[in-house]
Design a protein around this ligand. Sequence first.
Ligand code: PLP
Length: 413
Amino acid sequence: MWHPFTQMAEWDPLVIERGDGNFLVDTKGRRYLDGVASLWCNVHGHRHPRLDRALRDQLDRIAHSTFLGLTHEPGIRLGQALVDAAPAGLTRVFYSDSGSTAVEIALKQSFQYWQLRGRKTKQRFLRLGDAYHGDTLGAVGVGGIELFHRVFGPLLVQSLAIPSPADTDATAALVRLDAELATRADEIAAFVLEPLVQGAAGMLVHPPGFLREVATRCRAHDVHLIVDEVATGFGRTGTLFACEREQVSPDFLCLAKGIAAGYLPLAATLSTEEIYAAFLGRRAELKQFFHGHTFTANPLACAVGLESLLLLREETLPRAIRLLSSFEQALVRVRAVPGVRAVRSCGFMVGIEVESRVDRFVGAEVCRRARDHGVMLRPLGDVVVWMPPLSLSASELDLLETATSRAIEETLR
Ligand code: PLP
């Protein structure tokens, strides 16, 4: 085995055997609260009866048939449900199977749109400082995390960047955006960003109103807005989509992770009727979007995705919203733990920044110790992240808080 984002020479294996609600259970029977929702995916807890049933029902029909030239009911029904749930104007759904592919598709569709419309110079992409949009080369090209991306520099189509408003302030970032748009709008196809909070960058929270300001400026300069809700989507920030919070309807919306509740890989890139229409024509005109993945719109994944969206709106999100004030109070207490430098949060996305030490990977050590207290966490450098299942209960929140606080105290003692 060769594990992702893992130094294999120092890896300490832990084998997960099953899931039980919001817990993971290893082969020795030890239970861990899934504090990072199996990397943002697990929305309702593991083995939810409604999702298990949706999957089994679909299994009785068909596990997979291609979406290239064919269609199927789960794909159609989920597509309609996504359009109904998404910000107004996003009427077309292009499926794929990961967050990276959802972003690649938005970049390529935006690029080809401008080519088809005769705006041939619009070939570049604008992004934020510290951006993360996935690990395939197109997505890395609009990434800005030095540690992950620097080594691949020579392979990439370089993007233009403005500072993250979390690193400077919103006004300074917008002044840079204005300058780029004033001089280069004819070269820029799209601006890609995570709305409200940059997850992999260490949960960098943007000031309120920033997304709305960006959207207005992009529209005024004929630059597409690609909103990457791979992490923020499906209730993570306390609303179904983060865009809703600022009444923004982007040109492209990238969805993955929570879309199929962690059951199967699935992603979707939503776009507008105007973009879709540019690709229409006679076959011989060769205007179609030449892109597709083997498992695009896998029927099992779509069937679970549809049930998950219903469950989220009916039960899980309203319950999570009721827990939010207790969740925020827990964060105030974690902030007071000695050695915690900052706590940044947006809904159920949290970054706990711990004092760094020159000779140690403090974040990784905190996560290792948290396991001993029954909680599975992940580090991003010196930041320990929480993004628990939205089905988290009050007692599980207590466990998350006490295990994290103890792990920090033990690490820095
Ligand atoms: N975009 C964002 C905002 C992400 O957080 C991630 C993954 O963490 C991705 C894209 C890439 O998703 P995937 O790992 O499914 O390719």
